[in-house]
Design a protein around this ligand. Sequence first.
Ligand SMILES: NC(=O)C1=CN([C@@H]2O[C@H](COP(=O)(O)OP(=O)(O)OC[C@H]3O[C@@H](n4cnc5c(N)ncnc54)[C@H](O)[C@@H]3O)[C@@H](O)[C@H]2O)C=CC1
Ligand SMILES: CC(C)(CO)C(=O)C(=O)O
Length: 249
Amino acid sequence: MRAESPSSRARLFSTQPRSADVTLVTVKSYDTRTAAETLAPVTREGDTVVSLQNGMGNEEVLDGALDATVLGGTATYGANLRVDEGVVVYAGEGHVVVGDYGGGWSHEAERVAGALGGVSSEATDDMDVRLWEKLAVNAGVNPVTALTDARNGEAVEGAGDVIRKTAREVEEVAAEHGVEVEEAPRRAVETARATEGNVSSMLQDVREGRRTEIDALNGYVVESAEGTEASVPANRLLARLVRAVDRTK
Ligand SMILES: NC(=O)C1=CN([C@@H]2O[C@H](COP(=O)(O)OP(=O)(O)OC[C@H]3O[C@@H](n4cnc5c(N)ncnc54)[C@H](O)[C@@H]3O)[C@@H](O)[C@H]2O)C=CC1
Ligand SMILES: CC(C)(CO)C(=O)C(=O)O
């Protein structure tokens, strides 16, 4: 496999999983359990495993299966795999944030962020908040783009109210779980505008006939609202519609 960026090319070798001080997990959220099973025999106490995936619940799955320290992470770099050619295309500069997914300072996160070399990265002590913030953006923007076949900018112009409402619900569910997310609707709309030309990851999945990550996004919001005071009709509807699209594949 080859990786291409404007400034460099790298060759990646696929190998059997091996023991490593730090492992970055970058599979789709629905493959996290399988990835955890693959990693279990080769990870030990003292190792660090970082989820750099979208969606929620990935860290808990990894933590449940591995002896290692599991960290949460968000990544806004863009990369696309051209499967037939085995080429990863670098699609845009972003930023990586790593931290204890339950919140609090983590020396392992500091070590990982420092080791990422040329990648723009930082460790944070509020990863729990960052994960819910990213969820609010992805739960608001991604299904709307996927269901309307619109780029992020078009989606916010055509259905900004739906994006706002969905993000607001995520904020309410986060609050029920003791996590304070501020201005989720504004954040979702601003992110969509800032990335107006993007084909969201979910729309890419739908266009390519791949399964989406809806379960770890709006599906997670609906599940997390159960037994709380939060009401999540927009997330419930979007999850149902995107799952219906998933079933057609
Ligand atoms: N591609 C991007 O620009 C960004 C992706 N993300 C998130 O990162 C995660 C991965 O996304 P992509 O790289 O786009 O997905 P992808 O589908 O292009 O790559 C995932 C790869 O993991 C492999 N895989 C699945 N199970 C495995 C296992 N058990 N062991 C080894 N390999 C396994 C798959 O064969 C696939 O090649 C998703 O949660 C996505 O939302 C987040 C930010 C940006
Ligand atoms: C922020 C956004 C919506 C940018 O496209 C994204 O993270 C995604 O496409 O999954």
